[in-house]
Design a protein. Structure first.
Lengths: 67, 178
C-alpha cells in the first residue's frame, strides 16, 4: 500500500520523469488496480499540460541574461 | 559535484572578478528569474527582484566561503528579495492591483485563471520549486541543490504542490477531461 499512501509524490515524479524503472512499474501496476489514483493521475496529466503551457508563454526572452 | 572550471569561475567571482561574476549572471539569471516569478507571478517584479538580488550578491559575495555553495546562495538571495516584494505587495488589496496588460483576454480559459489563483495559494517554497521545474525544466537533484533542500525532499514538495492545485482545480479539470 506504500504507493497508494504516497500517490501524490509518485504522480508528480512520474510526470517529471523522476521515477526509477522499478518505481514506474509499481506505480502503473497500482494505477490499473485503483480507480481513485487513476483519476488523480488523469487530472495531474491535464494540469501538467496547463502548467507547461503557462510557463512556456511566460518564459523570459533570450536577451534577459544580457540585461 | 561542480566541475573544476566552474568552481574556478565561482571562486574568481567571490574574489571580485567582474568578468567571472558576469559569466555567472549569464548562466544563473534564468533560474533566479524562475524562482522570483514563482513567488511573485509577475514578470516585471520578478525581473526587478533578480536585478536587486544580483546587486546584493555582488556586494556581499565575500560571505560565500565555498564556491560550490554559490549557486544555492544566489538562489536564496533571489528568494528573499522576491519574498520582500511579495510581503510589501500583500498590503495592497487585490482589487487595487494594476492589471497587467495582455494578461487577460476574453479567450482566457477558466482553467488558466483558476491555475493562477491555485499557484498563488501555495507556500513560497512550493511555488519556487514549481517554477524551476516548469520554466527551466531542471531535474529534481538540481532544484534541490539550488533551493538548499536535502536529497529526496523535492518529491514530497512537488507532490504536495500538485495535489493541492489538483484539488482546487477539480471542476475545471473535469471540464477539460470531458
Amino acid at each position: 500500500m506504500k504507493i497508494h499512501d504516497e500517490i501524490d509524490n509518485y504522480l508528480a515524479a512520474d510526470l517529471h520523469s523522476e521515477l526509477s524503472d522499478e518505481e514506474q512499474n509499481a506505480l502503473h501496476t497500482h494505477l490499473v488496480e485503483c480507480a481513485d489514483c487513476r483519476q488523480a493521475h488523469q487530472e495531474n496529466k491535464i494540469m501538467n499540460k496547463v502548467l507547461e503551457d503557462k510557463f512556456t508563454a511566460e518564459k523570459p526572452d533570450t536577451s534577459f541574461e544580457q540585461r | 559535484m561542480m566541475e573544476a572550471s566552474e568552481r574556478e569561475v565561482y571562486r574568481a567571482a567571490i574574489h571580485g572578478d567582474r568578468e567571472a561574476f558576469e559569466m555567472i549572471i549569464r548562466t544563473q539569471s534564468r533560474a533566479l528569474f524562475a524562482i522570483a516569478y514563482g513567488i511573485l507571478q509577475n514578470r516585471e517584479e520578478a525581473e526587478d527582484a533578480v536585478q536587486d538580488a544580483l546587486v546584493k550578491a555582488w556586494k556581499s559575495r565575500w560571505r560565500v566561503r565555498d564556491p560550490e555553495k554559490f549557486p544555492a546562495w544566489l538562489c536564496m538571495i533571489a528568494r528573499h528579495r522576491a519574498r520582500d516584494v511579495f510581503r510589501k505587495r500583500r498590503t495592497v488589496p487585490l482589487s487595487e492591483m494594476p492589471e497587467i496588460p495582455g494578461s487577460e483576454t476574453p479567450q482566457t480559459r477558466t482553467i488558466d485563471r483558476d491555475l493562477d489563483s491555485a499557484l498563488a495559494s501555495l507556500p513560497e517554497l512550493q511555488r519556487a520549486a514549481i517554477s524551476l521545474r516548469y520554466f527551466e525544466e531542471m531535474d529534481y537533484a538540481t532544484i534541490e541543490s539550488r533551493l538548499g533542500l536535502t536529497n529526496g525532499s523535492l518529491r514530497g514538495i512537488l507532490g504536495r504542490a500538485l495535489a493541492t492545485m489538483r484539488k482546487q482545480l477539480k471542476p475545471a479539470l473535469a471540464s477539460e477531461q470531458s
